[in-house]
Design a protein around this ligand. Structure first.
Ligand SMILES: Nc1ncnc2c1ncn2[C@@H]1O[C@H](COP(=O)(O)OP(=O)(O)OP(=O)(O)O)[C@@H](O)[C@H]1O
Ligand SMILES: [Mg+2]
Length: 239
C-alpha cells in the first residue's frame, strides 16, 4: 500500500471496569489505514467494533496503546487540540443519524464549520455542495430533519460529515436502519467520495455492503480475526 498512513492503531486495548470485574472490549489491536482506503469492519454484536471506531475517531481513549492520526500521536494532545484535530480530519456518520431536530437541515450541516470563522454565504455554499455530493437535494436545507425520511436524514448526516472536507470519514453502521434502496444511495455516495480521495472506515453487519468496500476487517472478541480484500465482482449494490 502506497501513500500516506492516515490512521495507525498500535497495541490498543480497551478495558471497562464495573464493580470488581474487568471486561476487555479490545485486545491488542494493530491496524494501519492508508489514504484512499475504503475499509469495512464486520463482526458479531458486542465484539468491539464501535469501541474501536470511537477510539479511532478520538471520541474515546484506549486503555493501553496509541492512536496516530496523520502521523500525530493523539496521546500528546489536550482536549482542545483533540477537538481541533477531529474537526479538521474526521467526519462521522452514525446509524441513528444524530441530527438535531431543533435546528434546520442547513444548521445541522453547518455544525462542523462553526469553528472556522466563515461567512454565512460561504457556509451556505459549502452546505449546498455537501448535500448534493451526499445524494440529497438543496430544497431540504430549510426543513427540520424530522420532516425527512430516514434515508434522506442519513444523506443529511453524510453532508454534515463531509462539509468541512475531512480526509477521513468514519461511519458506524450507516445503513443499519435503511432499506436496500437507501443503502444503495449511501454506498454510492461513499464509493464516489472514496473515488475523489476520501479515506473511509465503515462498520457494517451487511455482507452486501461490505463487499462494495475495498478491504474487510473482521473483529471477534475484541481482536482482529481477519483482514481481506473482497472480490470486486461480488459488489452488487453499486450496479
Ligand atoms: N461504557 C461501557 N461500559 C462497559 N462496557 C461497555 C461499554 N461500552 C461498551 N461496552 C462493552 O464492550 C463490548 C463491545 O461493545 P461495542 O459497542 O464496541 O460492540 P459492537 O461490536 O459495536 O456491537 P454492535 O454490533 O451491537 O454495535 C460489549 O460487550 C459492550 O457491552
Ligand atoms: Mg456497534
Amino acid at each position: 500500500m502506497e501513500g500516506k498512513k492516515l490512521i495507525e492503531v498500535v497495541n490498543v486495548s480497551k478495558v471497562y471496569r464495573m464493580g470488581g470485574n474487568e471486561f476487555w472490549a479490545l485486545r491488542d489491536i494493530n491496524l494501519e489505514v492508508f489514504e484512499r482506503e475504503f475499509l469495512a469492519i464486520m463482526g458479531p454484536s458486542g465484539h468491539g467494533k464501535t469501541t474501536l471506531m470511537n477510539i479511532i475517531g478520538l471520541l474515546d481513549k484506549p486503555s493501553t496503546g496509541k492512536v496516530f492520526i496523520d502521523g500525530v500521536d493523539t496521546a500528546k494532545l489536550n482536549d482542545d487540540e483533540l477537538s481541533k484535530l477531529r474537526n479538521r480530519k474526521i467526519g462521522f456518520v452514525f446509524q441513528q443519524y444524530n441530527l438535531i431536530n431543533r435546528m434546520s437541515v442547513l444548521e445541522n450541516i453547518e455544525v462542523p464549520l462553526l469553528l472556522r470563522g466563515l461567512s454565512r454565504s460561504e457556509r451556505v455554499r459549502l452546505a449546498i455542495r455537501a448535500i448534493e455530493m451526499a445524494g440529497g437535494d438543496k430544497s431540504w436545507l430549510s426543513k427540520k430533519p424530522n420532516q425527512l425520511s430516514g434515508g434522506q436524514q442519513q444523506r443529511v448526516a453524510i453532508a454534515r460529515a463531509i462539509v468541512g472536507d475531512p480526509e477521513i470519514i468514519l461511519a458506524d453502521e450507516p445503513t443499519g436502519n435503511l432499506d436496500t434502496a437507501s443503502s444503495k444511495i449511501v454506498m454510492q455516495t461513499f464509493s464516489r467520495l472514496n473515488g475523489i480521495g476520501k479515506t473511509i472506515v465503515m462498520v457494517t453487519h451487511n455482507p452486501e455492503v461490505a463487499l462494495c468496500s475495498k478491504r474487510i476487517l473482521y473483529i471477534r472478541d475484541g481482536r482482529i480475526s481477519g483482514d481481506e480484500v473482497p472480490d470486486p465482482t461480488k459488489c452488487t449494490l453499486l450496479k
